[in-house]
Design a protein around this ligand. Structure first.
Ligand code: ZN
Length: 492
């Protein structure tokens, strides 16, 4: 876990491996770039959620009825406002979809669901599902608070009543810069709560649509935004703590004097989730696949590059605090060790699973840039085929570190194994899904998990080839004309 001795030992190990391979220290402090982090946690007794209806004030109980998110900067906040239901809280005019059409949320609190309509495809779905983007949209429209409603799916997967005792027991984390501002912090939002299904039903009790209506409309992708005719108060006090945790940065200097000041950046997160109680015992969550496997592959990639440096320079960055919200990579991009415009591409690894003889790969984000033909060729050279994202509902593209680079306008690719097995008698998809269900973020993600090593080698080689071509070719990668990510994030 970020900030714990186990993480620091892992960081030392990676720095030592970089040194043995002949990489150069690429951090601000030798191999390290220290990331200033802040923890923030709601003080349970201070949490308040009150509904004001027709002169009546109805209070609700923290954990039983609602969760309130702590504030990374303010010690204490209180906000009262009218509530407007905004569905998914998405404005996507190019898809003919807007939850904000004809809706005014200035000075109001917006209530809605996570995710995006099912007909949103690929990277658009990932982008519009991201809570950061939803907050940006709400803030741009003048909202002062947010209320998250729970979908039937989310409630089925992890019922509120089973998880409520854990609400607010673990501090959230963000990075802070020299001005005391925090990553992805929206000071305009003075309160954010998540409601149990029962509380959500109470919120919508006298509204133009009931909670059931809202659930049905959301599942059907229908826009039903409306003011709910009720005011609420959200208040909370937050306690803060400070720590630092390093990104580990190794450099392979490019050989071409004209191109050596441009950088390909490989990333993999070095943190996992620490220790937790399981059945009354403290267990170490080792994260063998998530993401020791990604780090191991990145180290082997670094070894190959160090032995035969390409024309451009290459940075290998083991980032911290991914599990706490992509913080190490976000800090790296916002406080880069080289000028951010000199970073030509990011290639990220997170939890590559080698559970069966791999036949295919998925390259998240590649269709938006000239990285796609490079990835195709690299995959073909190792006898892989490419498959489309087999789990669009998981919006994996915005859930790992490449997204920090994309947000900074840098073309990025996130390579993962697909579901197809070379062995007809092995069902790759069921093994993959079984891992997600039984081992992902569980203590059992350790070295007892099977590894199909031949597949790992082919994958590592394909992963190395992509960066090698990018670091060797004349031109730097570019966003495709009219690509969604390029239009959203590329520098003007
Ligand atoms: Zn991970």
């Amino acid at each position: 876990m970020t900030g714990e001795p186990g993480y620091d030992a892992s960081a030392e190990y990676v720095a030592d491996q970089f040194a043995r391979m002949g990489l150069l220290p690429g951090g601000t402090d030798g191999w390290y770039q220290q990331v200033p982090l802040r923890t923030y946690k709601t003080i349970a007794e201070s949490a308040e959620f009150t509904m004001h209806r027709d002169g009546d004030d109805v209070g609700f109980a923290y954990r039983d009825d609602f969760a309130v998110f702590a504030d990374p900067i303010e010690a204490s906040t209180r906000v009262r406002g009218e509530v407007v239901y905004v569905g998914y809280g998405i404005h996507a005019p190019e898809l003919g979809y807007s939850d904000y059409e004809g809706i005014d949320v200035r000075g109001k609190i917006v209530a809605g669901f996570s995710g995006a309509p099912e007909h949103f495809e690929g990277v658009r779905r990932a982008y519009y599902s991201s809570s950061t983007n939803k907050r940006e949209e709400a803030v741009a429209r003048g909202a002062v608070g947010t209320i998250s409603l729970r979908s039937r799916k989310a409630e089925k997967r992890s019922p509120w009543d089973e998880g409520k005792e854990r609400i607010g027991t673990r501090a959230s984390m963000t990075w802070v810069n020299g001005d005391g501002d925090a990553a992805r912090h929206f000071p305009a939002l003075q309160g954010s709560v998540s409601l149990s299904p029962k509380t959500a039903a109470a919120l919508l009790a006298d509204a133009p649509l009931s909670y059931e209506d809202a659930l049905n409309a959301m599942e059907a992708g229908e826009v039903r935004s409306a003011p709910l005719g009720i005011e609420v108060t959200i208040a909370r006090e937050s306690e803060h703590g400070e720590l630092t945790s390093p990104n580990v940065v190794g450099l392979v200097r490019g050989t071409d004097p004209e191109l050596a000041d441009e950088y390909v950046v490989y990333t993999a997160h070095l943190d996992h989730i620490g220790t937790r109680e399981v059945d009354g015992k403290t267990k170490i969550f080792n994260g063998a696949y998530d993401n020791a496997m990604g780090i191991a592959l990145m180290l082997e990639t670094a070894r190959a590059f160090a032995a035969l440096p390409p024309r451009r320079s290459v940075l290998f960055v083991a980032v911290t605090a991914e599990e706490r919200g992509l913080l190490g990579s976000d800090y790296f991009v916002n406080n880069p060790v080289v000028p951010v415009e000199s970073i030509v591409a990011n290639i990220n690894l997170d939890m590559p699973l080698f559970l069966y003889p791999l036949a295919d790969l998925v390259a998240f984000g590649s269709e938006n840039s000239s990285l796609q033909p490079i990835a195709n060729a690299a995959a073909a050279a190792e006898d892989f085929v490419f498959s489309p994202d087999p789990m669009p509902e998981e919006v994996l593209f915005v859930r790992s570190d490449q997204y920090s680079f994309v947000r900074a306008g840098i073309p990025a690719i996130f390579l993962v194994p697909g579901f197809k097995s070379l062995d007809e008698d092995i069902d790759g998809e069921s093994l993959y899904r079984e891992h997600l269900k039984e081992h992902y973020h569980k203590a059992s993600d350790d070295l007892t998990r099977p590894v199909h090593w031949e597949s790992a080698v082919r994958f590592a080689r394909a992963h190395t080839r992509i960066g090698y071509v990018v670091a060797s070719q004349d031109g730097r990668p570019a966003w495709n004309e009219g690509s969604f990510l390029g239009e959203r994030f590329a520098a003007p």
